[in-house]
Design a protein around this ligand. Structure first.
Ligand code: FES
Ligand code: FES
Length: 156
């Protein structure tokens, strides 16, 4: 039997009827049409489905939709503001940190959480922050460079 949940996604309130077994990833993609959040492994291993729930990164494929009732969700669609890319998005483009792009939404949200909580992280801290986000293309070096560049530019 479906249950109604109320969530705020990227600042917009939504009331969604969900099945008990539906994941947050499924309702974001299939009910709300927010397909920027990617479905990779669907087992909590790859980080492609990372979103922020009440500001903290989670693998949305592992989170039941009913458990986020009343919570605030941030997805990649909410990262740019007023038609302007977020500084992390700009830096990923400038540093060539995006190839196929499948990992990018989750990677960006993990990086956003890091910089909000650790504005000038060490390289090791950056590696740890994105350790749950698998990238098969870039070798991570350019991703770490992009995050470092944003940290340094906003710390000045
Ligand atoms: S799709 Fe959720 S961790 Fe891989
Ligand atoms: S850019 Fe392809 S998986 Fe990261």
């Amino acid at each position: 039997m479906k249950r109604l949940i109320n969530i705020v996604v990227n600042g917009e309130p939504h009331e969604v009827a969900v099945n008990p077994e539906q994941t947050l990833l499924e309702i974001l993609r299939e009910e709300l049409g927010l397909t920027g959040t990617k479905k990779g492994c669907d087992q909590g291993e790859c980080g492609a489905c990372t979103v922020l729930v009440d500001g903290k990164p989670v693998s949305s494929c592992l989170v039941l939709a009913v458990s986020v009732n009343g919570k605030s969700i941030a997805t990649i669609e909410g990262l740019s503001q007023n038609g302007r890319l977020h500084p992390l998005q700009e830096a990923f483009v400038q540093h060539g940190a995006i190839q196929c792009g499948f990992c990018t939404p989750g990677m960006l949200l993990a990086a956003k959480y890091l910089l909000e909580n650790r504005p000038l992280p060490s390289e090791q801290e950056i590696k740890e922050a994105i350790a749950g986000n698998i990238c098969r293309c870039t070798g991570y070096v350019k991703i770490i460079e992009a995050i470092t560049a944003v940290a340094h530019s906003t710390a000045q």
